[in-house]
Design a protein around this ligand. Structure first.
Ligand SMILES: NC(=O)c1ccc[n+]([C@@H]2O[C@H](COP(=O)([O-])OP(=O)(O)OC[C@H]3O[C@@H](n4cnc5c(N)ncnc54)[C@H](O)[C@@H]3O)[C@@H](O)[C@H]2O)c1
Length: 362
């Protein structure tokens, strides 16, 4: 088992990664008499019923609220239903929430925890690859609003994260690929050695489907070192974690969420590399090397017929843009990520055309 301590200004907490760390959560919570609402992905509940029931039966004050975790359900209507459930069962500020599921459950349950009675404790139990390596750590919570991703939200750190690798065993390949999208970005967030290590371990994960706690611990350490220095995206440092995401959010919105978030991130990072080349930040040979190093990451073919004008429209309305200009996170080399680079709309469009051209034949 690996343990990583995350120290932010608002909270210091541990992330446990390993087989069966879920049983540790049961032990930890049984030390208190407070009520606990398990906000659970309904798929995960079906697939891991025995283990989750062990938790629910371990004390009388456990409640469960399960929902179908889709982007459509990541909304204020759903949070309203959870507030009602908490009210009906007289949850007070001392009681807590467990988010048991992927990034959608974590973002929704975390936002409810951040706002119910101005904040109650919450625990993350991530069950997808993406949520283990990314969304369960760092305190971003929120919901979509009017087709815009994560428009309503709060920064709110969990009390503790229990990343139990046994849950990942039931993940379909599509979800593993989606999680790989968020791991991809970490390859560029530190030096060349880190790039190679992440590239090789990620390739192995996809070919052998073995979940590697050392790889996950590295990703979480990289994320926590960024979050510790810029918890609320004030200095701007945290924006490095958005590599590929301005594209990704626009792909998701244009496709009305008919693409997985991590799949959109894979295409978004490739697109950012192409923009970086067009601006002279990386050479054609460096670009070729990056594309070939990560060619094992597939591009969702539905993207090839996407309407580029709509993508650009969404990119201009993204939270990370200002005054109508498209601001992107770009790369000059691993460990040298540039934030807030203003890029002309036309160059972004040409880069997307080049992206689809390069990948259409692959
Ligand atoms: N808060 C953050 O910092 C942050 C960072 C990245 C992404 N996100 C958000 O995370 C969301 C995506 O998260 P996700 O990719 O985990 O998606 P998700 O929560 O929708 O889960 C994906 C699918 O996997 C299923 N699933 C979950 N666990 C499973 C398991 N163990 N076995 C089998 N199936 C399982 C779910 O039912 C769902 O169908 C997006 O909404 C994105 O905006 C948030």
């Amino acid at each position: 088992m690996k343990k990583i301590n995350v120290r932010t200004k608002s909270k210091s907490y541990d992330v446990l990664i390993g087989q069966n760390v879920f049983s540790q959560l049961i032990k930890d919570l049984n030390k208190t008499d407070f009520k606990v609402l398990v906000v659970c992905d309904s798929n995960v509940y079906k697939l891991h019923k025995n283990r989750i029931d062990d938790l629910l039966n371990s004390k009388k004050n456990f409640y469960v609220y399960a929902f179908n975790s889709t982007e459509r359900n990541k909304n204020l209507r759903n949070t309203g239903l959870i507030y009602k459930y908490l009210m009906k069962n007289n949850f007070s500020r001392k009681d807590s929430i467990i988010a048991l599921g992927g990034g959608i459950v974590g973002d929704v349950a975390g936002f409810v925890a951040a706002t119910y009675m101005r904040g109650i404790p919450f625990y993350q139990v991530p069950t997808t690859l993406l949520s283990v390596v990314d969304s369960s750590v760092g305190g971003k919570t929120g919901v979509n609003f009017l087709e815009v991703k994560n428009l309503i939200g709060a920064f709110y750190q969990p009390e503790k994260v229990y990343a139990d690798l046994n849950f990942l065993e039931t993940l379909p390949l599509k979800e593993i690929i989606s999680g790989a999208g968020e791991i991809f970005k970490y390859a560029f967030l530190a030096d060349e050695e880190n790039y190679l290590l992440i590239r090789n371990r990620l390739a192995k994960l996809l070919s052998e489907k073995k979940f590697d706690e050392n790889l996950f611990a590295r990703c979480i350490k990289l994320k926590s070192s960024v979050v510790e220095n810029d918890e609320k995206e004030i200095s701007g440092l945290r924006k490095v974690l958005n590599l590929g995401h301005t594209f990704a959010h626009a792909f998701e919105s244009t496709m009305k969420f008919q693409i997985k978030h991590g799949e959109a991130v894979i295409a978004g990072i490739f697109a950012s590399l192409i923009v970086s080349k067009k601006l002279g930040l990386v050479s054609e040979s460096e670009l070729k090397k990056y594309l070939s190093d990560f060619q094992f990451l597939p591009i969702n073919k539905k993207l090839f017929s996407i309407d580029l004008n709509t993508v650009i429209k969404f990119m201009k309305s993204d939270k990370k843009t200002s005054e109508g200009k498209i601001k992107l996170v770009l790369i000059s080399k691993p460990g040298n990520v540039l934030i807030d680079v203003s890029v002309k709309e036309q160059l972004v469009k040409k880069s997307l055309e080049e992206l689809f051209e390069r990948f259409r034949g692959v």
